[in-house]
Design a protein around this ligand. Structure first.
Ligand code: OXD
Ligand code: MN
Length: 587
Protein backbone atom coordinates (compact mmCIF):
# COMPACT_ATOMS: atom_id res chain seq x y z
CA UNK A 1 0.00 0.00 0.00
CA UNK A 2 2.96 2.29 0.49
CA UNK A 3 6.67 2.63 -0.21
CA UNK A 4 7.07 5.09 2.65
CA UNK A 5 10.36 3.93 4.19
CA UNK A 6 9.62 5.39 7.62
CA UNK A 7 6.37 3.43 7.84
CA UNK A 8 7.81 0.18 6.48
CA UNK A 9 10.80 0.33 8.82
CA UNK A 10 8.62 0.98 11.86
CA UNK A 11 6.24 -1.85 10.98
CA UNK A 12 9.21 -4.22 10.58
CA UNK A 13 10.44 -3.17 14.00
CA UNK A 14 7.02 -3.66 15.59
CA UNK A 15 6.56 -7.01 13.83
CA UNK A 16 9.81 -8.25 15.28
CA UNK A 17 8.57 -7.13 18.70
CA UNK A 18 5.01 -8.46 18.80
CA UNK A 19 5.47 -11.43 16.45
CA UNK A 20 2.14 -11.68 14.60
CA UNK A 21 1.10 -14.72 12.55
CA UNK A 22 0.18 -12.44 9.67
CA UNK A 23 -0.08 -8.77 8.70
CA UNK A 24 -3.20 -7.29 7.07
CA UNK A 25 -3.28 -3.74 5.72
CA UNK A 26 -6.62 -1.98 6.01
CA UNK A 27 -7.32 -0.51 2.58
CA UNK A 28 -10.62 1.15 3.48
CA UNK A 29 -12.70 -0.96 1.11
CA UNK A 30 -16.19 -2.06 2.11
CA UNK A 31 -15.37 -5.64 0.98
CA UNK A 32 -12.48 -5.92 3.40
CA UNK A 33 -14.46 -4.43 6.28
CA UNK A 34 -17.33 -6.82 5.56
CA UNK A 35 -14.91 -9.78 5.71
CA UNK A 36 -13.67 -8.55 9.07
CA UNK A 37 -17.22 -8.15 10.41
CA UNK A 38 -17.91 -11.76 9.40
CA UNK A 39 -14.76 -12.94 11.10
CA UNK A 40 -15.59 -11.01 14.28
CA UNK A 41 -19.08 -12.54 14.36
CA UNK A 42 -17.64 -16.04 13.86
CA UNK A 43 -15.16 -15.59 16.68
CA UNK A 44 -17.83 -14.12 18.99
CA UNK A 45 -16.03 -10.76 19.23
CA UNK A 46 -19.16 -9.11 17.83
CA UNK A 47 -22.83 -9.99 17.48
CA UNK A 48 -24.73 -9.07 14.34
CA UNK A 49 -27.86 -7.17 15.35
CA UNK A 50 -31.33 -7.31 13.79
CA UNK A 51 -30.54 -6.20 10.23
CA UNK A 52 -34.10 -5.16 9.48
CA UNK A 53 -34.38 -2.85 12.44
CA UNK A 54 -30.72 -1.86 12.74
CA UNK A 55 -29.08 -2.38 9.33
CA UNK A 56 -25.31 -2.64 9.41
CA UNK A 57 -25.27 -2.61 13.23
CA UNK A 58 -23.19 -4.81 15.53
CA UNK A 59 -22.88 -5.41 19.25
CA UNK A 60 -19.77 -5.84 21.38
CA UNK A 61 -19.01 -6.41 25.05
CA UNK A 62 -15.72 -5.41 26.63
CA UNK A 63 -14.19 -7.24 29.59
CA UNK A 64 -15.99 -6.06 32.74
CA UNK A 65 -12.73 -4.59 34.06
CA UNK A 66 -12.13 -2.59 30.88
CA UNK A 67 -14.97 -0.12 30.46
CA UNK A 68 -13.51 3.39 30.60
CA UNK A 69 -10.45 5.56 30.17
CA UNK A 70 -7.86 5.02 32.90
CA UNK A 71 -6.36 8.37 33.85
CA UNK A 72 -4.03 6.97 36.50
CA UNK A 73 -2.52 4.58 33.94
CA UNK A 74 -2.22 7.21 31.19
CA UNK A 75 1.31 8.55 30.90
CA UNK A 76 2.90 11.46 29.10
CA UNK A 77 6.45 10.28 28.38
CA UNK A 78 8.26 13.50 27.57
CA UNK A 79 12.02 13.53 28.13
CA UNK A 80 11.71 15.99 31.03
CA UNK A 81 9.10 15.44 33.76
CA UNK A 82 8.53 19.18 33.94
CA UNK A 83 7.32 19.14 30.33
CA UNK A 84 4.47 16.77 31.24
CA UNK A 85 3.40 19.14 33.99
CA UNK A 86 1.62 18.49 37.28
CA UNK A 87 -1.72 17.37 35.79
CA UNK A 88 -0.16 14.37 34.00
CA UNK A 89 1.42 11.12 35.13
CA UNK A 90 4.91 10.90 33.69
CA UNK A 91 7.51 8.28 32.91
CA UNK A 92 10.96 8.72 31.43
CA UNK A 93 10.69 7.62 27.76
CA UNK A 94 13.42 4.94 27.74
CA UNK A 95 12.03 3.37 30.89
CA UNK A 96 8.51 3.57 29.46
CA UNK A 97 9.53 1.96 26.14
CA UNK A 98 11.26 -0.85 28.04
CA UNK A 99 8.23 -1.46 30.26
CA UNK A 100 5.84 -1.42 27.28
CA UNK A 101 8.03 -3.55 25.00
CA UNK A 102 8.35 -6.15 27.77
CA UNK A 103 4.54 -6.33 27.90
CA UNK A 104 4.05 -6.21 24.12
CA UNK A 105 6.81 -8.70 23.23
CA UNK A 106 5.31 -11.73 21.47
CA UNK A 107 1.77 -10.62 22.32
CA UNK A 108 0.49 -10.96 18.70
CA UNK A 109 1.52 -14.63 18.56
CA UNK A 110 -1.38 -16.55 17.01
CA UNK A 111 -2.99 -13.22 16.10
CA UNK A 112 -3.14 -10.92 13.10
CA UNK A 113 -1.51 -7.51 12.97
CA UNK A 114 -3.89 -5.04 11.34
CA UNK A 115 -2.24 -1.94 9.91
CA UNK A 116 -4.67 0.99 9.86
CA UNK A 117 -3.55 4.10 7.98
CA UNK A 118 -5.91 6.90 9.04
CA UNK A 119 -6.43 10.61 8.60
CA UNK A 120 -7.64 12.89 11.36
CA UNK A 121 -9.61 15.44 9.36
CA UNK A 122 -10.67 15.40 5.68
CA UNK A 123 -8.05 13.48 3.68
CA UNK A 124 -5.56 15.94 2.20
CA UNK A 125 -6.79 18.95 4.19
CA UNK A 126 -3.99 21.25 5.33
CA UNK A 127 -5.57 21.07 8.80
CA UNK A 128 -5.56 17.25 8.84
CA UNK A 129 -2.88 14.88 10.18
CA UNK A 130 -2.08 11.25 9.51
CA UNK A 131 -1.52 8.29 11.80
CA UNK A 132 -0.89 4.57 11.50
CA UNK A 133 -2.34 2.30 14.15
CA UNK A 134 -1.24 -1.30 14.56
CA UNK A 135 -3.76 -3.43 16.42
CA UNK A 136 -4.60 -7.08 17.04
CA UNK A 137 -8.32 -6.34 17.48
CA UNK A 138 -10.92 -6.38 14.70
CA UNK A 139 -13.20 -4.36 17.00
CA UNK A 140 -10.57 -1.60 16.93
CA UNK A 141 -10.28 -1.78 13.12
CA UNK A 142 -14.05 -1.50 12.70
CA UNK A 143 -14.38 1.36 15.19
CA UNK A 144 -11.42 3.23 13.68
CA UNK A 145 -13.00 2.91 10.25
CA UNK A 146 -16.08 4.71 11.59
CA UNK A 147 -14.28 7.30 13.73
CA UNK A 148 -11.57 8.23 11.21
CA UNK A 149 -10.92 8.19 7.45
CA UNK A 150 -8.92 5.01 6.75
CA UNK A 151 -7.19 3.25 3.90
CA UNK A 152 -5.19 3.64 0.71
CA UNK A 153 -6.21 7.26 0.08
CA UNK A 154 -4.48 8.25 3.32
CA UNK A 155 -1.20 6.60 2.28
CA UNK A 156 -1.44 8.29 -1.11
CA UNK A 157 -1.65 11.70 0.54
CA UNK A 158 1.19 10.95 2.97
CA UNK A 159 3.63 9.87 0.24
CA UNK A 160 7.20 9.66 1.58
CA UNK A 161 6.67 12.05 4.47
CA UNK A 162 7.71 11.18 8.01
CA UNK A 163 5.00 13.46 9.45
CA UNK A 164 2.70 10.77 10.86
CA UNK A 165 1.88 9.45 14.30
CA UNK A 166 2.92 5.93 15.27
CA UNK A 167 0.36 3.98 17.28
CA UNK A 168 0.81 0.47 18.66
CA UNK A 169 -2.13 -1.20 20.35
CA UNK A 170 -1.73 -4.64 21.96
CA UNK A 171 -4.81 -6.12 23.53
CA UNK A 172 -2.68 -8.68 25.44
CA UNK A 173 -4.74 -10.26 28.25
CA UNK A 174 -6.66 -7.07 29.08
CA UNK A 175 -4.91 -7.22 32.45
CA UNK A 176 -5.74 -4.03 34.40
CA UNK A 177 -2.48 -4.35 36.36
CA UNK A 178 -0.47 -4.14 33.14
CA UNK A 179 -2.70 -1.61 31.34
CA UNK A 180 -0.86 1.48 30.11
CA UNK A 181 -1.82 4.23 27.70
CA UNK A 182 1.39 6.05 26.87
CA UNK A 183 2.01 9.11 24.76
CA UNK A 184 5.53 10.07 23.62
CA UNK A 185 4.89 13.59 22.30
CA UNK A 186 8.49 14.18 21.22
CA UNK A 187 8.46 10.93 19.18
CA UNK A 188 4.96 11.23 17.66
CA UNK A 189 4.26 7.85 19.24
CA UNK A 190 1.45 6.20 21.20
CA UNK A 191 1.57 2.76 22.81
CA UNK A 192 -1.52 1.26 24.44
CA UNK A 193 -1.44 -2.17 26.08
CA UNK A 194 -3.89 -4.45 27.90
CA UNK A 195 -7.10 -2.62 27.07
CA UNK A 196 -9.79 -2.92 24.41
CA UNK A 197 -11.98 -0.01 25.54
CA UNK A 198 -12.53 2.73 22.95
CA UNK A 199 -11.00 5.76 24.67
CA UNK A 200 -7.84 3.74 25.37
CA UNK A 201 -7.47 1.98 22.02
CA UNK A 202 -9.01 4.09 19.24
CA UNK A 203 -5.71 5.88 19.17
CA UNK A 204 -6.84 8.61 16.78
CA UNK A 205 -9.20 10.08 19.35
CA UNK A 206 -7.96 11.18 22.78
CA UNK A 207 -4.37 9.89 22.41
CA UNK A 208 -3.62 11.55 19.06
CA UNK A 209 -6.26 14.22 18.40
CA UNK A 210 -5.87 15.72 21.89
CA UNK A 211 -2.68 14.58 23.71
CA UNK A 212 -0.20 14.32 20.82
CA UNK A 213 -1.96 17.00 18.75
CA UNK A 214 -2.02 19.56 21.57
CA UNK A 215 1.79 19.26 21.71
CA UNK A 216 2.11 19.50 17.92
CA UNK A 217 -0.27 22.46 17.95
CA UNK A 218 1.85 24.34 20.48
CA UNK A 219 4.98 23.83 18.33
CA UNK A 220 3.24 24.58 15.04
CA UNK A 221 1.04 27.49 16.13
CA UNK A 222 -2.46 26.01 16.09
CA UNK A 223 -4.91 24.58 18.62
CA UNK A 224 -6.19 21.06 19.43
CA UNK A 225 -9.13 21.35 21.78
CA UNK A 226 -11.75 19.20 23.52
CA UNK A 227 -14.57 21.14 21.89
CA UNK A 228 -17.75 20.62 19.90
CA UNK A 229 -18.27 22.70 16.76
CA UNK A 230 -21.74 23.81 15.68
CA UNK A 231 -23.23 26.20 13.15
CA UNK A 232 -26.34 28.34 13.69
CA UNK A 233 -28.17 29.20 10.47
CA UNK A 234 -30.44 32.24 10.49
CA UNK A 235 -33.54 32.65 8.31
CA UNK A 236 -31.41 34.46 5.69
CA UNK A 237 -29.31 31.30 5.33
CA UNK A 238 -26.21 32.78 6.98
CA UNK A 239 -24.35 30.34 9.24
CA UNK A 240 -22.17 31.35 12.19
CA UNK A 241 -20.00 28.79 13.93
CA UNK A 242 -19.07 28.38 17.58
CA UNK A 243 -16.84 25.96 19.49
CA UNK A 244 -17.63 24.88 23.03
CA UNK A 245 -15.76 23.03 25.77
CA UNK A 246 -17.53 21.33 28.67
CA UNK A 247 -16.33 18.81 31.23
CA UNK A 248 -17.97 15.38 30.97
CA UNK A 249 -21.64 15.05 32.00
CA UNK A 250 -22.51 18.59 30.92
CA UNK A 251 -24.42 17.72 27.73
CA UNK A 252 -21.78 18.40 25.09
CA UNK A 253 -23.13 15.97 22.48
CA UNK A 254 -26.67 17.25 23.15
CA UNK A 255 -25.61 20.86 22.56
CA UNK A 256 -23.69 19.88 19.40
CA UNK A 257 -26.86 18.32 17.94
CA UNK A 258 -29.42 20.63 19.50
CA UNK A 259 -32.86 21.18 18.01
CA UNK A 260 -33.93 24.85 18.34
CA UNK A 261 -37.24 25.65 20.06
CA UNK A 262 -40.36 25.55 17.90
CA UNK A 263 -40.57 29.36 17.57
CA UNK A 264 -37.06 29.52 16.13
CA UNK A 265 -37.65 26.59 13.78
CA UNK A 266 -40.80 28.26 12.47
CA UNK A 267 -38.75 31.35 11.61
CA UNK A 268 -36.16 29.24 9.77
CA UNK A 269 -33.33 28.91 12.30
CA UNK A 270 -31.31 25.69 12.11
CA UNK A 271 -28.43 24.17 14.02
CA UNK A 272 -25.76 22.16 12.17
CA UNK A 273 -23.25 19.82 13.78
CA UNK A 274 -19.63 19.91 12.66
CA UNK A 275 -18.24 17.98 15.64
CA UNK A 276 -19.23 16.76 19.09
CA UNK A 277 -15.89 16.22 20.83
CA UNK A 278 -12.72 17.61 19.27
CA UNK A 279 -11.80 20.75 17.33
CA UNK A 280 -8.52 21.48 15.53
CA UNK A 281 -8.19 25.18 14.82
CA UNK A 282 -5.78 27.27 12.79
CA UNK A 283 -5.53 30.88 11.66
CA UNK A 284 -6.89 31.05 8.12
CA UNK A 285 -5.77 33.19 5.17
CA UNK A 286 -8.24 35.94 6.15
CA UNK A 287 -6.81 36.06 9.68
CA UNK A 288 -9.79 34.39 11.36
CA UNK A 289 -9.67 31.15 13.33
CA UNK A 290 -10.88 28.11 11.33
CA UNK A 291 -11.89 24.76 12.83
CA UNK A 292 -12.20 21.22 11.58
CA UNK A 293 -13.54 18.19 13.38
CA UNK A 294 -10.69 15.68 13.03
CA UNK A 295 -13.08 12.77 13.58
CA UNK A 296 -15.43 11.05 11.16
CA UNK A 297 -17.96 9.62 13.63
CA UNK A 298 -19.43 9.88 17.10
CA UNK A 299 -18.26 7.75 20.01
CA UNK A 300 -21.16 8.74 22.22
CA UNK A 301 -22.35 7.71 25.66
CA UNK A 302 -25.56 5.71 25.15
CA UNK A 303 -27.37 6.04 28.51
CA UNK A 304 -29.52 9.16 28.57
CA UNK A 305 -29.66 9.39 24.77
CA UNK A 306 -33.33 9.44 23.74
CA UNK A 307 -35.87 10.80 21.32
CA UNK A 308 -36.39 13.60 23.83
CA UNK A 309 -32.81 14.50 24.86
CA UNK A 310 -31.06 14.05 21.52
CA UNK A 311 -33.14 12.76 18.59
CA UNK A 312 -30.31 13.53 16.15
CA UNK A 313 -27.80 11.34 18.02
CA UNK A 314 -30.40 8.60 18.31
CA UNK A 315 -31.10 8.78 14.58
CA UNK A 316 -27.35 8.51 13.93
CA UNK A 317 -27.31 5.15 15.76
CA UNK A 318 -30.00 3.51 13.62
CA UNK A 319 -27.60 2.11 11.01
CA UNK A 320 -23.95 1.09 10.52
CA UNK A 321 -23.30 1.53 14.23
CA UNK A 322 -21.33 -0.51 16.74
CA UNK A 323 -22.91 -0.67 20.20
CA UNK A 324 -20.65 -1.47 23.14
CA UNK A 325 -21.82 -2.62 26.60
CA UNK A 326 -25.51 -1.73 26.19
CA UNK A 327 -28.49 -4.06 26.87
CA UNK A 328 -29.07 -6.72 24.18
CA UNK A 329 -32.73 -7.55 23.51
CA UNK A 330 -33.88 -10.97 22.28
CA UNK A 331 -35.04 -9.47 18.97
CA UNK A 332 -31.47 -8.38 18.22
CA UNK A 333 -32.00 -4.73 19.06
CA UNK A 334 -30.52 -2.71 21.91
CA UNK A 335 -31.61 -0.71 24.95
CA UNK A 336 -30.06 1.51 27.61
CA UNK A 337 -31.18 3.47 30.63
CA UNK A 338 -32.92 6.66 29.57
CA UNK A 339 -33.76 5.44 26.04
CA UNK A 340 -37.44 5.11 26.94
CA UNK A 341 -39.59 4.07 29.85
CA UNK A 342 -39.91 0.45 28.68
CA UNK A 343 -36.93 -1.56 29.89
CA UNK A 344 -37.00 -5.03 28.32
CA UNK A 345 -37.75 -7.86 30.74
CA UNK A 346 -36.13 -10.67 28.78
CA UNK A 347 -32.82 -9.12 27.75
CA UNK A 348 -29.13 -9.60 28.55
CA UNK A 349 -27.22 -6.92 30.41
CA UNK A 350 -23.86 -5.49 29.34
CA UNK A 351 -22.09 -8.44 30.94
CA UNK A 352 -24.19 -10.94 28.96
CA UNK A 353 -26.25 -12.03 31.96
CA UNK A 354 -30.07 -12.30 32.06
CA UNK A 355 -31.22 -8.94 33.37
CA UNK A 356 -34.21 -7.99 35.52
CA UNK A 357 -34.97 -4.26 35.27
CA UNK A 358 -36.68 -4.49 38.65
CA UNK A 359 -33.33 -5.42 40.22
CA UNK A 360 -32.41 -1.74 40.38
CA UNK A 361 -29.04 -2.52 38.77
CA UNK A 362 -28.56 -0.80 35.40
CA UNK A 363 -28.62 -3.11 32.38
CA UNK A 364 -26.30 -0.98 30.25
CA UNK A 365 -22.94 0.10 31.63
CA UNK A 366 -23.14 3.84 32.49
CA UNK A 367 -20.26 4.39 30.04
CA UNK A 368 -21.73 2.16 27.31
CA UNK A 369 -21.25 3.64 23.86
CA UNK A 370 -22.41 3.88 20.28
CA UNK A 371 -19.92 4.34 17.44
CA UNK A 372 -21.84 5.97 14.58
CA UNK A 373 -20.71 7.48 11.28
CA UNK A 374 -21.04 11.28 11.28
CA UNK A 375 -22.91 11.14 7.96
CA UNK A 376 -25.78 9.38 9.75
CA UNK A 377 -26.55 12.49 11.80
CA UNK A 378 -29.58 14.31 10.34
CA UNK A 379 -28.10 17.69 11.29
CA UNK A 380 -24.54 17.06 10.06
CA UNK A 381 -23.15 20.28 8.59
CA UNK A 382 -22.66 20.62 4.84
CA UNK A 383 -19.18 21.92 5.82
CA UNK A 384 -18.24 18.73 7.64
CA UNK A 385 -15.91 17.68 4.80
CA UNK A 386 -14.70 21.20 4.04
CA UNK A 387 -10.89 20.92 4.10
CA UNK A 388 -10.57 24.63 5.06
CA UNK A 389 -12.77 24.16 8.14
CA UNK A 390 -15.33 26.70 9.34
CA UNK A 391 -14.65 30.22 10.70
CA UNK A 392 -15.26 30.43 14.44
CA UNK A 393 -17.12 33.45 15.82
CA UNK A 394 -17.22 32.44 19.48
CA UNK A 395 -15.55 30.07 21.89
CA UNK A 396 -17.78 28.96 24.74
CA UNK A 397 -16.65 27.46 28.02
CA UNK A 398 -19.06 25.86 30.45
CA UNK A 399 -19.39 23.80 33.55
CA UNK A 400 -21.87 22.49 36.07
CA UNK A 401 -22.17 25.08 38.84
CA UNK A 402 -25.21 25.15 41.14
CA UNK A 403 -24.71 28.73 42.33
CA UNK A 404 -21.53 30.43 41.14
CA UNK A 405 -21.55 30.96 37.37
CA UNK A 406 -24.36 32.93 35.72
CA UNK A 407 -26.32 31.65 32.72
CA UNK A 408 -23.91 33.44 30.38
CA UNK A 409 -21.21 36.11 30.36
CA UNK A 410 -18.60 37.34 27.94
CA UNK A 411 -14.97 37.87 28.80
CA UNK A 412 -13.55 41.40 28.62
CA UNK A 413 -10.73 40.30 26.33
CA UNK A 414 -8.97 37.23 24.92
CA UNK A 415 -6.57 37.14 27.91
CA UNK A 416 -9.48 37.37 30.33
CA UNK A 417 -11.16 34.61 28.30
CA UNK A 418 -8.09 32.42 28.78
CA UNK A 419 -8.46 33.01 32.53
CA UNK A 420 -12.14 31.98 32.25
CA UNK A 421 -11.15 28.77 30.42
CA UNK A 422 -8.39 28.03 32.91
CA UNK A 423 -10.92 28.44 35.73
CA UNK A 424 -13.35 25.91 34.24
CA UNK A 425 -14.81 23.60 36.81
CA UNK A 426 -17.71 21.31 37.48
CA UNK A 427 -19.40 20.26 40.67
CA UNK A 428 -19.65 16.50 41.13
CA UNK A 429 -23.14 15.03 40.88
CA UNK A 430 -24.86 12.14 42.63
CA UNK A 431 -24.30 10.14 39.44
CA UNK A 432 -20.70 9.48 40.42
CA UNK A 433 -19.32 7.96 43.60
CA UNK A 434 -17.97 10.38 46.20
CA UNK A 435 -19.11 13.64 47.72
CA UNK A 436 -21.70 15.71 45.85
CA UNK A 437 -20.99 19.36 45.02
CA UNK A 438 -17.20 19.10 45.14
CA UNK A 439 -15.57 21.43 42.62
CA UNK A 440 -13.26 19.65 40.19
CA UNK A 441 -11.06 22.06 38.25
CA UNK A 442 -10.91 21.07 34.59
CA UNK A 443 -9.17 23.82 32.60
CA UNK A 444 -10.62 24.06 29.09
CA UNK A 445 -12.13 20.55 29.76
CA UNK A 446 -8.62 19.31 28.87
CA UNK A 447 -7.44 18.01 32.25
CA UNK A 448 -7.08 14.36 31.10
CA UNK A 449 -5.84 15.38 27.65
CA UNK A 450 -2.97 17.87 27.90
CA UNK A 451 0.01 16.44 26.01
CA UNK A 452 2.36 18.81 27.82
CA UNK A 453 2.63 21.20 30.76
CA UNK A 454 -0.73 22.85 31.41
CA UNK A 455 0.99 26.15 32.26
CA UNK A 456 2.69 26.18 28.85
CA UNK A 457 -0.69 25.35 27.32
CA UNK A 458 -2.16 28.50 28.92
CA UNK A 459 0.78 30.46 27.49
CA UNK A 460 0.05 29.01 24.06
CA UNK A 461 -3.57 30.17 24.30
CA UNK A 462 -2.35 33.70 25.11
CA UNK A 463 0.04 33.51 22.11
CA UNK A 464 -2.82 32.47 19.81
CA UNK A 465 -4.81 35.49 20.98
CA UNK A 466 -1.94 37.77 20.03
CA UNK A 467 -1.61 36.08 16.66
CA UNK A 468 -5.34 36.48 15.91
CA UNK A 469 -5.60 40.04 17.23
CA UNK A 470 -8.97 41.66 16.64
CA UNK A 471 -10.05 38.74 14.43
CA UNK A 472 -9.98 36.37 17.44
CA UNK A 473 -13.28 34.72 18.36
CA UNK A 474 -15.05 36.27 21.36
CA UNK A 475 -14.93 34.13 24.50
CA UNK A 476 -18.00 33.33 26.61
CA UNK A 477 -18.90 31.18 29.60
CA UNK A 478 -22.26 29.46 30.10
CA UNK A 479 -23.87 27.52 32.93
CA UNK A 480 -27.05 25.56 32.27
CA UNK A 481 -27.05 24.09 35.77
CA UNK A 482 -28.01 26.82 38.29
CA UNK A 483 -30.38 25.37 40.90
CA UNK A 484 -33.03 26.86 43.17
CA UNK A 485 -33.14 26.35 46.94
CA UNK A 486 -34.76 22.93 46.46
CA UNK A 487 -31.98 21.87 44.10
CA UNK A 488 -34.13 22.02 40.91
CA UNK A 489 -32.57 23.30 37.70
CA UNK A 490 -33.86 26.79 36.93
CA UNK A 491 -32.93 26.94 33.25
CA UNK A 492 -34.73 24.40 30.98
CA UNK A 493 -31.57 23.65 28.95
CA UNK A 494 -31.49 21.40 25.85
CA UNK A 495 -33.03 23.17 22.81
CA UNK A 496 -33.70 26.29 24.84
CA UNK A 497 -29.95 26.85 25.10
CA UNK A 498 -30.46 28.28 21.61
CA UNK A 499 -31.76 31.43 23.33
CA UNK A 500 -28.36 31.91 24.95
CA UNK A 501 -26.53 31.13 21.70
CA UNK A 502 -28.57 33.88 20.04
CA UNK A 503 -27.28 36.49 22.52
CA UNK A 504 -23.74 35.20 22.05
CA UNK A 505 -23.95 35.49 18.26
CA UNK A 506 -25.52 38.94 18.47
CA UNK A 507 -22.62 40.04 20.69
CA UNK A 508 -20.19 38.71 18.09
CA UNK A 509 -21.89 40.80 15.43
CA UNK A 510 -22.05 43.87 17.72
CA UNK A 511 -25.86 43.70 17.70
CA UNK A 512 -26.56 43.19 21.41
CA UNK A 513 -25.87 45.38 24.39
CA UNK A 514 -24.28 44.15 27.57
CA UNK A 515 -23.92 45.12 31.20
CA UNK A 516 -20.39 45.41 32.52
CA UNK A 517 -20.07 43.42 35.76
CA UNK A 518 -17.11 42.41 37.91
CA UNK A 519 -16.83 39.06 36.12
CA UNK A 520 -17.45 40.14 32.53
CA UNK A 521 -20.15 41.38 30.17
CA UNK A 522 -23.61 40.02 30.94
CA UNK A 523 -26.79 40.32 28.88
CA UNK A 524 -29.48 42.68 29.99
CA UNK A 525 -32.08 40.21 31.35
CA UNK A 526 -34.63 41.30 28.75
CA UNK A 527 -32.14 40.50 25.98
CA UNK A 528 -32.45 36.77 26.56
CA UNK A 529 -35.44 35.80 24.45
CA UNK A 530 -37.96 33.91 26.59
CA UNK A 531 -40.87 33.90 24.13
CA UNK A 532 -42.81 30.67 24.47
CA UNK A 533 -40.93 29.52 27.59
CA UNK A 534 -43.27 28.30 30.31
CA UNK A 535 -42.48 29.42 33.84
CA UNK A 536 -39.47 31.58 32.91
CA UNK A 537 -39.82 35.33 33.37
CA UNK A 538 -37.43 38.26 33.05
CA UNK A 539 -37.02 37.96 36.82
CA UNK A 540 -35.96 34.33 36.42
CA UNK A 541 -33.27 35.47 33.98
CA UNK A 542 -32.27 38.24 36.37
CA UNK A 543 -31.76 35.57 39.04
CA UNK A 544 -29.78 33.38 36.63
CA UNK A 545 -27.45 36.29 35.89
CA UNK A 546 -26.92 37.16 39.51
CA UNK A 547 -23.30 37.15 40.69
CA UNK A 548 -22.64 36.32 44.34
CA UNK A 549 -19.39 38.12 45.08
CA UNK A 550 -18.52 35.97 48.10
CA UNK A 551 -18.84 32.78 46.05
CA UNK A 552 -16.80 34.37 43.28
CA UNK A 553 -14.02 35.38 45.66
CA UNK A 554 -13.96 31.73 46.81
CA UNK A 555 -13.74 30.69 43.17
CA UNK A 556 -10.77 32.98 42.47
CA UNK A 557 -9.09 31.38 45.49
CA UNK A 558 -9.69 27.95 43.93
CA UNK A 559 -8.13 29.12 40.65
CA UNK A 560 -5.14 30.61 42.45
CA UNK A 561 -4.67 27.29 44.25
CA UNK A 562 -4.67 25.55 40.88
CA UNK A 563 -2.11 28.06 39.56
CA UNK A 564 0.05 27.51 42.65
CA UNK A 565 -0.04 23.77 42.00
CA UNK A 566 1.02 24.35 38.39
CA UNK A 567 3.78 26.67 39.56
CA UNK A 568 6.21 28.71 37.46
CA UNK A 569 4.75 27.74 34.11
CA UNK A 570 1.57 29.78 34.70
CA UNK A 571 1.95 32.97 32.63
CA UNK A 572 2.13 36.21 34.61
CA UNK A 573 -0.76 37.52 32.51
CA UNK A 574 -3.09 34.93 34.05
CA UNK A 575 -2.00 35.80 37.59
CA UNK A 576 -2.75 39.41 36.65
CA UNK A 577 -6.22 38.43 35.39
CA UNK A 578 -6.94 36.62 38.68
CA UNK A 579 -5.76 39.65 40.67
CA UNK A 580 -7.82 42.04 38.54
CA UNK A 581 -10.93 39.90 39.00
CA UNK A 582 -10.36 39.78 42.76
CA UNK A 583 -10.05 43.55 42.80
CA UNK A 584 -13.23 44.09 40.76
CA UNK A 585 -15.11 41.72 43.08
CA UNK A 586 -13.83 43.47 46.19
CA UNK A 587 -15.02 46.91 45.09
C1 OXD B 1 -15.11 11.17 25.71
C2 OXD B 1 -14.53 11.73 26.94
O1 OXD B 1 -15.29 9.95 25.64
O2 OXD B 1 -14.33 12.96 26.99
O3 OXD B 1 -15.37 11.96 24.80
O4 OXD B 1 -14.25 10.97 27.87
MN1 MN C 1 -14.60 13.90 25.09
Amino acid sequence: MTNNKTILAWIDEMKALVNPDQVVWIDGSEEQLEELRKEAVESGEMIKLNQEKLPGCYYHRTAPNDVARVEDRTLICSRKEEDAGPTNHWKEPQEAYKMLYDIARGSYKGRTMYVIPYSMGPVGSSLAKIGVELTDSIYVVLNMSIMTRVGQKVMDVLGDSNDWVRGLHCKCDVDPEKRWICQFPEDNTIISVNSAYGGNVLLGKKCFALRIASYQAKNEGWMAEHMLILGVENPKGEVKYVCAAFPSACGKTNLAMMIPPEGYRAKGYKVWTVGDDIAWMRKGPDGRLYAINPENGFFGVAPGTSEKTNPNALAATRKNTIFTNVVLKPDGTVWWEGLDKNPPTDALNWKGEPWDPASGVPGAHPNSRFTSPAVNCPCISSEFENPQGVPISAIIFGGRRAKTAPLVYQSFSWAHGVYVGSAMASETTAAAAGAVGVVRRDPMAMRPFFGYNVGDYFAHWLEMGKKLGDKAPKIFNVNWFRTDDEGHFIWPGFGDNMRVLMWILKRCKGEAEAVETAIGYEPKPEDIDITGLDGVTVDTIKGLLDVDKELWLEDVKGVEELYAQIGDHVPAELHAEAAALRERLSK
